[in-house]
Design a protein around this ligand. Structure first.
Ligand code: ADP
Length: 544
């Protein structure tokens, strides 16, 4: 091999932070504080505090590779930890405060977190589990009103005592671990994905590509997706790399606050799960003339399927482009993005919408294939044949952290098995039909709960819909649709059945509809199908 004559430059977070310091010191970072007022400072302030945090962590005894947990909403302190922890050589472990206390102590112990950085608003959550852990230091992001309990450290005091002059940008190998995220446990015990500096640097560059999210300095980015949900899809890292203005919503994720943030800060790109943007759409629909979201160029929706009706409604009624994306904790997380290619942009609007509603095609350096579970063969890219999606790429996990479990999720040739059942079309666009275990298996055929849910949620009276499999004597399983109606709206079983007819094979139509007040959700805002299945255990269809 003739080796190229190129510098062996390592892709690390210290170099990203140094770049931000050198070039973007003037750029703003805005946070919605617990009392809903706005905190503002610049990248220069942010970098200075992140460096102080790195110095302070060293003083607390955090050594290279040791884990520092965070328990906080999207705010500037959390952003400081995003960089301060990894540039100190430590590993940033973001923890989802909405998890059950048993999961919280399990995760903190499994990760062996040495220090926890906890937002002052989450003391109750902290108290529910931390005595079950071996954490050495608890540091509180203090908001002036809450005193720090005995035995814990004030974040502000910690920073005040740290000398920025002691900080020197370290040089370390790009393969070093930088961040750790646990899967939210939709499928069994939480398992950790351990990201390297290189993976985060490359994922950030990918997010800035024109074909993906096209992030740039002139953007103002509002991640509604929490920083404890797969690093807010990498947006805080990517925004810092390109010097975009950042708008952190704090814990205020209700439609009203989100809209206020979007308008006031002239946000250009926002991202989150469908359950956040469904109420935002309803609120906008109520008084469209009172809102000006003309600065907003992209609304990235992922985490679970963005219903086609939602994408269409945003575009038609509010001129907002929804970009559908798919990813996983094991993928840092972005894998596919539904930006249309030149060829697809020539199609009529309604056909374009079909592609926008798919999860998109793989971003650069992510490769995909889908395998038929029965034959073990790869399925053709014919938009019909379903198979389990497998992926590989420079920000895809190679195994789980500190466990033998989940070894079966990786193929012999090193691809990761996603557990998502997809079809792939000739353009490489994937259509997620279901999670492996959520498919309804009826009479030897598969019924996609996701497709039925999306179609139901396109009905004007439906706020949320989840379809689950109910055991059936004759057909093995049959679909039950669980529906939440919009306030003040009505729809009967017949209305909904009629709405679906024509779009689906007859055997796909739900055998029954149940109307409930609310669909239980996971800690990351997805429908908790497991809980629904429990709720409807033993369910009998009227005529079956
Ligand atoms: P968990 O696996 O704990 O639910 P993740 O956030 O890693 O947490 O979830 C990844 C899963 O979410 C994917 O495997 C897929 O099933 C689902 N998902 C993510 N984005 C989409 C999307 N755009 N459409 C449908 N499903 C999605």
């Amino acid at each position: 091999m003739l080796e190229g004559l190129i510098q062996d430059y390592q892709l690390t977070l210290p170099t990203m932070l140094r770049r931000a310091e050198t070039l973007y010191g003037y750029r703003e970072i805005v946070t919605r504080k617990p009392d809903k007022s706005f905190h503002r400072y610049t990248y220069a302030d942010f970098v200075s505090r992140a460096k102080k945090l790195a110095v302070a962590l060293k003083r607390l005894g955090v050594e290279s590779g040791e884990r520092v947990g965070t328990l906080a909403p999207n705010n500037y302190q959390h952003l400081e930890a995003y960089f301060g922890v990894p540039v100190s050589g430590g590993v940033l472990h973001t923890i989802n405060p909405r998890l059950h206390e048993d999961d919280l102590s399990y995760i903190v112990n499994h990760a062996e977190d040495k220090v926890l950085l906890v937002d002052g608003t989450l003391m109750e959550v902290l108290e529910s589990f931390w005595e079950e852990t071996n954490v050495k230091h608890v540091v509180i992001f203090d908001h002036s009103e809450d005193p720090v309990p005995n035995g814990m450290t004030s974040y502000e005091e910690l920073l005040a005592d740290a000398d920025e002059e002691e900080f020197a940008y370290p040089e370390f190998p790009e393969k070093q671990a930088a961040a750790l995220c646990y899967t939210s446990g939709t499928t069994g015990r939480p398992k950790g994905s351990l990201y390297s500096h290189r993976a985060i640097a490359l994922h950030s560059m990918m997010v800035a590509l024109g074909n993906t999210l096209a992030l740039r300095e002139t953007d103002c980015v509002l991640p509604v997706v929490p920083m404890y949900h797969v690093n807010a899809w990498g947006l805080p890292f990517a925004s810092t790399l390109v010097g975009a203005k950042q708008m952190m919503p704090g814990a205020h994720l209700d439609a009203y606050s989100v809209i206020e943030n979007l308008e006031q800060e002239k946000v250009t790109l926002t991202a989150g799960v469908p359950t956040v943007y469904i109420p935002v759409l309803e609120a906008l629909d109520e008084e469209p003339e009172n809102h000006d979201l003309s600065a907003l160029r992209s609304m990235i929706i992922g985490g679970s399927a963005a219903p086609k009706g939602l994408i269409q409604a945003y575009k038609e009624r509010h001129g907002i482009d929804v970009i559908h994306a798919w990813g996983m904790t094991e993928m840092s997380p972005i894998g596919t993005v539904s930006t249309l290619t030149s060829e697809l942009l020539e199609l009529p609007e309604d056909e374009q919408l079909d592609y926008r509603a798919k999860q998109g095609y793989p971003v650069p350096f992510i490769e995909i294939r889908a395998r038929d579970e029965d034959t073990d063969e790869f399925v053709p890219w014919d938009d019909e044949t379903m198979g389990e999606l497998e992926v590989r790429g420079p920000w895809v996990a190679s195994s789980y952290f500190n466990t033998e479990e989940g070894a079966e999720d990786f193929t012999e040739d090193g691809w990761f098995k996603t557990g998502d059942i997809v079809s792939i079309d000739e353009h490489g666009f994937i259509n997620i039909q279901d999670r492996d275990k959520d498919l309804v298996k009826s009479g030897g055929e598969w019924i996609s709960s996701v497709q039925l849910e999306n179609a139901l949620m396109a009905h004007e009276a439906v706020a949320e819909a989840a379809v689950i499999a109910i055991p059936h004597e004759k057909w093995d399983e049959r679909p039950l649709a669980v529906v939440v109606l919009k306030e003040g709206q009505e729809a009967t079983t017949e209305d909904l059945q009629k709405h679906l007819q024509g779009d689906f094979a007859k055997f796909w139509l739900p055998d029954a509809y149940e109307f409930i007040e609310e669909i239980p959700k996971t800690a990351t805002g997805k429908f908790r199908k497991l809980a629904l299945r429990e709720q409807f255990e033993g369910y009998q269809f009227a005529q079956s």
